[in-house]
Design a protein around this ligand. Structure first.
Ligand SMILES: [Cu+2]
Length: 286
């Protein structure tokens, strides 16, 4: 797929962002009129303010994380270095790890409990919090476009860090296709606290991940999920029973136990690219 040009994304998204109402999920109907622009919205939310640029017409190809030839193949190693750079940024920096987590969703009490947030962290302005944080879209047609835009934006921020560290300009985030035989386990580079040289501060490792059996072994129980939602013409689920639809029922905030990558057993589609880096930093399920 051709990645939209950053200038394109920023321009189109500012149209969407300027037009969309602020209040929760009521924006869904409104945005349906703007569907051709929707895919750009979250990407632009950060890229337009981060000033990140890309080469025109550059193609960045995402590859299977399990088929790169080594646990710490170059794209994974550069991913780790990029994430380390993001994690070093303060909470109020729009290209930081925490800020990106918060674009999807932030529960400040939970984050403090889990050690993702310190009371002394410098908060962004309340205007920025309102505009950019807690934007994830679920239970509607907007689920896929929003999350695609989110990953495109996240990937661009990591790539920017990778390039600044001397890495490849065509770096792309590896994807995790856990439906392939023997690929349901969290890839080793994300499951080990160590860098390949044995140093113990691997930024891809998140201590707080606990896995479906609550024992720290993170995997996707593929016998309990499927891709049937891809054949479902209905985007919006039913809140009280019935098919969850495409993107799941809108359940609002969920507990930490519900929101881990490995523990959501009833969802009908999962989001593979982001899952490889997922942590319990969410306030809504995907
Ligand atoms: Cu989401």
């Amino acid at each position: 797929m051709r990645v939209p040009q950053i200038a394109d994304i920023a321009r189109r998204a500012s149209e969407v962002l300027n037009l969309r109402p602020r209040s929760g999920h009521s924006r869904t109907n409104y945005l349906s009129e703007k569907s051709q622009l929707a895919v750009y919205a979250s990407a632009a939310a950060s890229l337009s303010m981060s000033g990140i640029k890309e080469e025109a017409d550059m193609t960045n190809i995402r590859k299977n994380v399990w088929e790169l030839g080594a646990d710490w193949a170059d794209p994974i190693l550069w991913y780790a270095r990029g994430v380390k750079a993001m994690k070093a940024r303060a909470l109020n920096e729009t290209t930081g790890w925490q800020f990106y987590g918060a674009i999807h969703g932030i529960d400040q009490n939970l984050w403090q409990q889990l050690g993702y947030l310190n009371p002394e962290d410098p908060m962004p302005s309340s205007a920025d919090q309102t505009t950019y944080w807690n934007q994830c879209q679920h239970g509607s047609w907007y689920f896929l476009p929003w999350h695609r835009g989110y990953v495109i934006a996240f990937e661009a921020v990591v790539r920017d860090a990778v390039v600044k560290l001397g890495g490849p300009a065509d770096w792309a985030i590896p994807y995790w296709n856990y439906f392939k035989p023997n690929q349901f386990q969290l890839p080793p580079a994300f499951a080990s606290p160590n860098w390949p040289d044995g140093q113990g501060d691997n930024p891809l490792f998140v201590q707080q991940r606990y896995g479906p059996d609550n024992d720290g072994n993170v995997f996707v129980p593929i016998d309990q999920i499927n891709l049937s939602a891809l054949a479902d013409p209905a985007f919006t689920g039913v809140a009280n029973g019935g098919s969850p639809g495409f993107g799941g029922v809108n359940r609002g905030s969920v507990t930490a136990a519900q929101s881990t990558a490995g523990s959501r057993r009833n969802r009908t589609i999962t989001f593979t690219a982001w899952s490889a880096g997922a942590t319990r930093n969410r306030t809504c399920p995907d």
